[in-house]
Write a new protein. Structure first.
Length: 730
């Protein structure tokens, strides 16, 4: 990271520091300089802007003290500025010549009197920031504004106080001694207005987060042990308590339905517009809304542990992260202010040397305009504003992006590697067949298998356990349980060693499955998964679990293919099964029977070919590959989401989320490039025009007041453009 423009903060004492990590809640940071971390509120030592509180707290996010302060100063400045402006402009309007009606001296001093409070009271904050930037040797926009306004004010005051020390052509130009008090006043008022607009627009960028924060209801209806119901504050709910949620009510905490059933709108978390049916045993998430029906839930996760809270934390943190593309802006910003000051000086001396008479007036106007029109903050805001809005936009559709770097990388992904079970498929299979070899009965086989699977978190396990429950089989106790990711499980039940899994795992127990492979292949042809069951070194049977392809998968893959992505399947399952699913989905490259390490190696080998690889997995056995991939996409399944480690989390484990993430990445990067282009272009064009580049051709010299208006609008337009991302289709 380039810190060149914000390193010299020693003068700020211990309260502000440059941290490698991002600021934590309760601290303060600058959206343009997230490396700045402060314990107390104040101004950013790098750019002088007011620091934002780091918070996922509604009150802090809605805190508009700074905005109200700027707005008050603006309104105070306005009558003074308008008066001094009319006074000064009267100079050039026939019949309104205040200079002659008031007399030269009175005319001048009245303007000085009106401008002084604007500059030092309303603009005092800017001058202070400017002063700090010089002392701290971190020049920023406030340096420029301070020098510019003080130059205009100081020059005018000097003419009033010491007219004799100025050349006569200056004193007797067009309408008598030239004064630039009104320029100083107008600049301050316009910068204040710009700050008001900018702060207002910046407030809009946190709307996505505020919407999320508004989801959790402030109170819950607690059902006491005696069955009576009372309202309690959300913060007082503890795990295990039973809560009633009525039609139209929001689910207060993550929980499990224990009674009743309801249609629940989960779109605020998942982006999925279709409401879902929830009945006893189902999980429900904090913040989701009951459309119809009434349920009693048991609190499973409360407070910061809820999915909603974790999403909020993740979004807030991602919004503060820094995109690599910003490095370019940082480098420019580091040199920006010194270059602008140099340009202003150059303009001054060139006008003095070759300008028309009175040279000093032209030189002053041009150099003040240069200082005022330059806008380093447009450069600084270009990237972070788009990142904040873009990340928020994704969250609204259940696409959680870990940081700005991921947002930037996603657009250049070449290959998408998909895990099969739980990613392409529902991962909620059902047991469709049992075959036994030898004397063992079907029910006994299922009872033993389910007993062991009960300890496993694999989607296959659930299907097997459910089947056993359906047949009312009594499950036994297990010891020595061992789960081998991507292969299966083993344990001891009633003194027998049970092994359940793929051929590789059974092979390790010296059980050969080859003789029964034909029977297994028969099931695999339809895309079902076959797991072998061995007891005490003997192959005793197989279980067939059919897993449906997610409804959304074909369309999502088609869209991704169309956008130029190569799509691969990487599964730990058998080749036959993988091919059946792969053919149905028209996936052209299938890698089957991979261990978790082999999945990792596959990703690595693609990367070695220079490809940018995204891997979508359900996280259970895909951890090494997810970590290796340039973009690791975790599929949210229900409420248990490993989103803290993934680059992208799709709250609803739906591959359409990948299409959305890619669109979001493309559009956000486009937006950032527009902003950067605008900011560069604006400054590259504005500074020479202000310096008087058009004068030799068109006789046009920009007034410092117009320069101030242009400067104030430039950063507002950057934020305005970023805010467009709120409404894009992804
Ligand atoms: P995928 O890569 O498609 O997500 P996994 O790597 O999770 O599949 O699993 C690979 C294979 O390992 C499964 O097809 C199955 O044969 C076996 N396996 C994994 N976990 C279990 C389990 N809990 N019970 C039985 N078999 C399992
Ligand atoms: Mg899987």
């Amino acid at each position: 990271m380039d810190n060149s423009h914000c390193c010299a903060h020693d003068s700020e004492g211990d309260q502000t520091s440059i941290a490698a990590s991002v600021a934590k809640p309760g601290q303060f940071t600058c959206p343009m300089h997230p490396e700045v971390v402060a314990e107390i509120a104040g101004d950013c030592p790098a750019c002088g802007m007011a620091l934002d509180p780091v918070s996922v707290d509604k009150v802090a996010l809605q805190d508009d003290t700074e905005l109200r302060h700027m707005r008050r100063l603006f309104w105070i400045s306005l009558p003074f500025t308008v008066s001094v402006f009319i006074l000064a402009m009267g100079d050039s309007i026939p019949g309104l010549n205040f200079r002659s009606s008031l007399g030269g001296q009175m005319f001048g001093w009245l303007q000085a009197l009106l401008t002084t409070p604007v500059l030092f009271w309303c603009g005092g904050l800017f001058l202070l920031r400017g002063w700090r930037s010089i002392v701290g040797r971190a020049p920023n926009m406030w340096t420029l504004i301070s020098i510019g306004t003080l130059a205009a004010y100081g020059f005018s005051l000097a003419i009033l106080l010491f007219p004799d020390s100025f050349p006569t052509d200056v004193l007797n130009s067009a309408h008598g001694a030239p004064l630039y008090f009104e320029a100083a006043a107008v600049i301050i008022s316009l910068v204040l207005l710009g700050q008001v607009l900018e702060l207002r627009a910046r407030g809009q960028t946190s709307l996505a987060l505020l919407e999320l924060l508004d989801l959790a209801p402030p109170i819950a209806i607690l059902i006491d042990d005696d069955g009576s119901e009372r309202e309690v504050a959300l913060a007082d709910v503890v795990v295990g308590q039973q809560l009633r949620v009525k039609p139209g009510g929001k689910i207060p905490v993550d929980g499990e339905v224990v009674q009743g059933s309801a249609t629940i709108d989960e779109s605020m978390l998942t982006g999925e517009p279709l409401a879902v049916e929830r009945s006893p045993g189902d999980a429900v998430s904090s913040g989701t809304l009951i459309q119809s029906g009434s349920i009693v839930i048991r609190a499973v996760r409360v407070g910061e542990q809820t999915l909603l809270s974790r999403i909020i934390d993740l979004v807030a943190q991602a919004q503060r992260s820094r995109a690599p593309i910003q490095r370019l802006a940082d480098i420019v910003a580091g040199w920006f202010v010194p270059i602008v000051v140099a340009a202003a000086l150059a303009a001054y001396f060139i006008w003095m040397a070759v300008g028309p008479q009175p040279e000093m007036i032209y030189a002053l106007v041009a150099s003040v305009s240069v200082l005022i029109i330059a806008c380093p903050c447009a450069l600084g805001l270009a990237t972070p504003m788009s990142v904040i809005v873009g990340i928020g936009r994704g969250a609204r559709d259940g696409v959680l992006i870990r940081d700005a770097e991921v947002l930037e990388t996603f657009q250049s992904v070449d290959v998408l590697v998909c895990d099969k079970t739980g990613t392409l498929t529902e991962g909620l299979g059902s047991l469709t067949a049992i075959e036994t070899f030898g004397a063992i009965k079907e029910d006994e086989l299922l009872r033993l298998a389910a007993t062991v699977e009960r300890a496993s978190e694999h989607p296959l396990a659930d299907a097997i356990v459910q089947a056993a429950i359906k047949r009312s089989l009594e499950l036994a106790a297990v010891t020595d349980f061992l789960s081998i990711a991507g292969q299966g499980i083993q344990a001891k039940v009633e003194d027998q060693t049970i092994v359940i899994g793929n051929a590789a795992l059974l092979g390790e127990h010296e059980i050969d499955v080859e003789i029964e492979n034909a029977r297994a292949d028969h099931h695999r042809g339809s895309g079902a998964t076959v797991v072998w069951v061995g007891i005490d070194g003997q192959l005793v049977g197989l279980l067939v679990v059919a897993d449906l392809i997610k409804n959304s998968t074909p369309a999502a893959l088609a869209a991704l293919r169309k956008s130029g992505l190569r799509i691969l399947m990487a599964t730990g399952d058998n080749r036959k099964t993988a091919e059946a699913i792969g053919q149905e989905l028209k996936i052209d490259e299938i890698h089957a029977e991979l261990s978790p390490i082999a999945k990792h190696d596959l990703v690595k080998s693609l990367q070695d070919k220079g490809l940018v690889v995204a891997l979508a997995g359900d996280g259970i056995n895909d951890a090494p590959a997810l970590a290796q991939a340039d973009i690791g996409i975790a599929m949210g399944t229900g409420t248990d989401i490993a989103m803290e480690t993934a680059s992208v989390t799709l709250v609803k484990g739906d591959l359409r989320g990948i299409v959305k993430a890619r669109n979001l990445s493309v559009k956000t990067m486009q937006n950032i490039r527009q902003n950067l282009f605008f900011a560069f272009f604006y400054n590259a064009l504005g500074v020479p025009i202000a310096a008087g580049a058009l004068y030799p051709l068109f006789g046009f010299l920009l007034s410092p007041m117009l320069a101030a208006a242009a400067m104030s609008l430039s950063s507002v337009s950057v934020i305005g453009n970023a805010l467009r991302l709120r409404r894009i289709d992804i």
